[in-house]
Design a protein around this ligand. Sequence first.
Ligand SMILES: O=C[C@H](O)COP(=O)(O)O
Length: 253
Amino acid sequence: MAVRPYIVGNWKMHGTRSMLSEARAIDRAAERLIKVEVALAPPFTLIHATRKEAGLIGVGAQDCHAAEGGAHTGDISAAMLKDAGAGFVIVGHSERRADHGETDADVKAKAESALAVGLSVIVCVGETEEQRDAGKAESVVARQLKGSLPTADGAAEKVTVAYEPVWAIGTGRTPTTDDVSAMHRAIRKVLKDFYGEEAGAKVRILYGGSVKAENAAELLGADDVGGALVGGASLTAESFLGIIAVAAEMQEG
Ligand SMILES: O=C[C@H](O)COP(=O)(O)O
């Protein structure tokens, strides 16, 4: 279990201002849970309000455009996210890789643009069920990582990796603890090769994909799991705090 697990809620395309009450409730409870680092990634429209109303937890974005600015209708730059109060941005989520055809190079460019304005990044990787069944999971994730990780000076200190098997996202299905351990070990090797032994050893690796309070202990208990990237179970304070409480209890040994 990580020294201080990082539990991040990705609200995806959910959330109007009425959901700020959930963010406030999470923020108030997070104050008690000093053993766990907590963050939320609400929709763009709620970043500024969430930052203002939830002062203790981290607040971030779910994506950013790679350009500094320009004629990109509907897109949002990393600088705009920082201006709105974001401290990090998720890049390369499988839903964006699939729905928007984002390549590893696109993800790397987004990550570099985020680091350039002082944001941290959560770089998402994960295999499909077809790739897993073909025995290609580790090679796919390694390729995604090598193509998506930023290389700017000091990048490793601002990078978190989220391993999210695509077939576990939103399905209620999860890998076995042993499978999570094996993949996280493989990811750690890639990180050390990519950033060097020392820097690569410090990058946090989160697990994401149907994390709930009921399965959090087994998933967070796998080897080299630094926390979780949580979708559906982060949408209410009750369910999200249930996961956070499990992570905190695991810190108490
Ligand atoms: O970003 C979060 C992941 O996609 C996991 O989503 P989920 O917890 O709803 O399976």
